[in-house]
Design a protein around this ligand. Structure first.
Ligand SMILES: *[C@@H]1O[C@H](CO)[C@@H](O)[C@H](O)[C@H]1NC(C)=O
Ligand SMILES: *[C@@H]1O[C@H](CO)[C@@H](O)[C@H](O)[C@H]1NC(C)=O
Ligand SMILES: [Cu+2]
Length: 159
């Protein structure tokens, strides 16, 4: 039981470190898919999300052709199953300004037929700001340090 918890915790820590190591703080007002992509079927939105790190107070902007796409904020369950019938919020006018006001995960899909299943979906992980406020371009090192603390904690718990 304790061994199981230890393995699980180490796995969580490794995932956290991997995420921090690949993400960089590249925006505080972040246009989804930019640069080089957009909220469409061509952009690898998972890669876009993973190439950024988001803190509370960051803003993400959706820009899209409203005759081709929309933006639905959904639950994790609806994100996973690409269910568009039960959105938390819907943006259908070609834009969408989302305030990532709190730590947590937000889920967005396109509600047009087949688009989510084809990959037009994005999960945004909002991390605790290292300084308590949004600090573009200065967070990564501090986040690494707190990941180190978690490793230390895991080591202590292992004994
Ligand atoms: C999108 O990017 C992710 C992360 O880099 C990668 O794992 C995935 O295979 C890519 N998807 C496509 C369809 O290329
Ligand atoms: C975003 O939300 C936070 C927390 O509610 C708030 O303090 C901040 O002013 C908001 N930012 C904008 C641009 O509305
Ligand atoms: Cu779409």
């Amino acid at each position: 039981m304790a061994r199981m918890a230890e393995i699980l915790l180490q796995f969580v820590v490794l995932v956290a470190i991997a995420e921090v190591a690949t993400a960089e703080k590249t925006c505080s007002i972040c246009t989804v898919g930019a640069p080089g992509g957009s909220w469409n079927l061509q952009t690898n939105l998972t890669r876009w999300a993973e190439s950024n790190i988001f803190y509370p107070g960051d803003i993400i902007l959706f820009n899209y052709d409203s005759s081709q796409h929309n933006v639905l904020e959904v639950t994790k369950t609806d994100f996973d199953s690409c269910t568009a019938t039960n959105p938390i919020a819907a943006h259908t006018d070609g834009s969408g300004v989302i305030n990532l006001s709190a730590v947590g995960t937000r889920y967005f899909i396109c509600g047009f037929n087949g688009h989510c299943a084809a990959g037009q979906k994005v999960q945004i992980n909002v991390f605790t700001s290292p300084t308590g406020v949004s600090t573009p371009n200065s967070g990564v090192v501090s986040v690494r340090a707190s990941a180190g603390l978690v490793v230390g904690l895991a080591a202590i718990l292992a004994f």
